[in-house]
Design a protein around this ligand. Structure first.
Ligand code: FAD
Length: 294
């Protein structure tokens, strides 16, 4: 895929909107609302990416939307997407079958700064479908486990049925390479795990603020409370990474729909350091406890 900066004229720009084809290899259901698609580029090339980056996925007649890569770049042959049916395109993606094709642009955006995270304690905090992009990071860390110090996952969903990747979470727990705290807001009869929002187990996790980087992805409401908990533990704004979700069309800083002052979520993010966000948008500033605002 050519670099966007190379685009000279409007005519040249069409090349950047040209999707390439990817074939569906496998589809499985994760929850009542989510499917997991495994795909392969038709060109046979690998999907090189950073955990946290996204693709623009299209289907003729249905549209195009950003979807995060949820597989690790260390698993090279195929790539995976976790899709929630909420509208035109995503519902049509639930009907895809092995052998079908989708259009793919990307990968785009800044993902997690994995090189800088090496050697540090990693605290991963996920809410709901936020585990999808985090699973890319988790599998990356598992494949390079020796490069990271202590790894903790705190993940919550509304109900046990809404937890993503339950089989894999069990494996992560069994391997004991990652300390996992899994919680649900509304337990059902069979649930024997933790109950409450993610900040409940997060409050009990010991963190060495000098050594820890936190990676946080979840619904907007979660960020304010998670930020408050992390800052109460003494974490620095530079070490708190948030992935933001905003509506946009192009994925490469052209349409302006995702603009936060001088930042584009699609291009400068979706993964941001907390320090990049404070002061840039009132909507985001309120996440910071008063004594943490610049
Ligand atoms: C960086 C990034 C990564 C993402 N990763 C994933 C992922 O991994 N998996 C996933 O399932 N989703 C992901 N999303 C969200 C996904 O892109 C959206 O849900 C997308 O809108 C789905 O497209 P659609 O055509 O199916 O739905 P749409 O037709 O776009 O509708 C989706 C919902 O948004 C509402 N809506 C439509 N237009 C507007 C508007 N202008 N303003 C406000 N609301 C509107 C609709 O009523 C509907 O409820 C990601 C988004 C971003 C920005």
């Amino acid at each position: 895929m050519p670099e966007v900066e190379d685009a000279g004229t409007d005519r040249d720009m069409t090349a950047f909107y040209q999707p390439e084809l990817a074939r569906v290899i496998d589809k499985s259901r994760l929850t009542d609302r989510m499917v997991l698609l495994r795909l392969q580029l038709h060109s046979g090339e690998f999907m090189e990416h950073q955990p946290g980056q996204f693709l623009q996925i299209s289907l003729p007649g249905y549209g195009e939307a950003p979807i995060s890569l949820c597989s690790s770049p260390t698993r090279e042959q195929t790539f995976e997407l976790c899709v929630q049916a909420v509208g035109n395109l995503s519902a049509a993606m639930h009907d895809l079958r092995p052998g079908n094709f989708v259009g793919v642009r990307g990968p785009y955006g800044h993902g997690f700064p994995i090189d800088e995270m090496a050697g540090r304690d990693i605290l991963i905090v996920g809410g709901g479908i936020g585990l999808a992009p985090l699973r890319s990071l988790i599998d990356y860390i598992r494949d390079r486990r020796g490069d990271f110090a202590r790894v903790v996952l705190v993940y919550g969903a509304q109900t046990p049925g809404r937890l993503l990747f339950r089989d894999e979470i069990e494996l992560w727990e069994q391997e004991r390479d990652i300390d996992t705290y899994i919680t649900v807001d509304e337990p059902d009869e069979g649930w024997e795990g933790l109950t409450g929002v993610v900040t409940v187990p997060l409050a009990g996790v010991d963190v060495d603020p000098e050594r820890t980087t936190a990676a946080v992805v979840g619904p907007p409401v979660m960020y304010r409370y998670v930020a408050a908990e992390l800052f109460a533990k003494g974490m620095r704004q530079d070490d708190v990474l948030f992935s933001l979700e905003r509506r946009f069309k192009c994925g490469m800083g052209k349409c302006g729909h995702c603009q936060l002052n001088d930042l584009y979520v699609c291009q400068d993010g979706p993964v941001f350091r907390y320090s990049q966000l404070v002061g840039r948008s009132e909507a985001i500033e309120v996440w910071a406890p008063e004594d943490q605002r610049d």
